[in-house]
Design a protein around this ligand. Structure first.
Ligand code: COA
Length: 179
């Protein structure tokens, strides 16, 4: 993946996106540990780096990693497996910028849909995805067993690929933010 420098419109900051390298992992693991109750380990990241289905991207500002994501390309879909923004950089539009970049990359690769799981209680992430046009299509009970949370499954069809007949969106009760 070529290195790209673009301005994050909401913060006016110049962010660079590039492929994640093993030498990034000390910084990534610091972010990962404060971001998730069951953080990925170094070995898990290394395994993903050697998985041909996986793409791992870091976002830097002045060489410092401010966020990263991992997605799997499965046939014509992208499955978002991991995304996080450095805790002192949140709320500046970087998450939105990263999801926008994901969509641009997927469209360029001809992918039709992005799908992801998000914790029912993870309101910042759920709002981020909703803001970016994702819809809730299902849930997996107690999927995040270590914290006893359900996963909400969200999807976004890209470009003009949305089928005429698509599944029902979860109603407010099913997708409720508290259960
Ligand atoms: C989820 C996450 C990536 C969002 O990153 P971010 O850079 O803060 O996101 P943005 O600044 O682009 O905010 C986008 C939207 O998310 C929502 N949001 C962000 N932080 C929020 C918070 N603390 N509370 C409620 N909503 C929030 C808002 O709707 C916001 O849009 P707005 O600013 O127009 O209101 C970040 O909080 C994070 O890394 N969390 C820990 C890891 C994680 O949960 N990853 C998702 C796994 S599914």
């Amino acid at each position: 993946m070529e290195e790209r420098k673009t301005v994050c419109m909401t913060s006016d900051k110049l962010l660079t996106s590039r492929r994640m390298e093993p030498s990034d992992l000390d910084e990534i693991l610091e972010i990962e540990r404060v971001s998730f109750p069951a953080p990925w380990t170094r070995d898990m990241f290394l395994e993903e780096m050697s998985n041909r289905t996986a793409r791992l991207i870091v976002f830097t500002e002045d060489k410092r990693i401010v966020g990263y994501m991992c997605f799997w390309q499965v046939l014509d879909e992208a499955h978002l497996m991991n995304v996080a923004v450095r805790s002192d950089c949140r709320g500046r539009g970087y998450g939105t910028y990263m999801i926008d970049r994901l969509q641009t990359l997927c469209l360029k690769e001809g992918l039709k849909r992005i799908i992801l799981d998000v914790g029912r209680r993870n309101l910042p992430a759920r709002r981020l995805y909703k803001k970016c046009g994702f819809r809730s299509i299902g849930f997996r009970k107690k999927y995040y067993s270590s914290i006893g949370d359900d996963a909400i499954v969200m999807e976004k069809w890209l470009g003009r690929s949305e089928p005429e007949e698509r599944g029902e969106e979860l109603n407010d009760n099913e997708a409720g933010e508290q259960r």
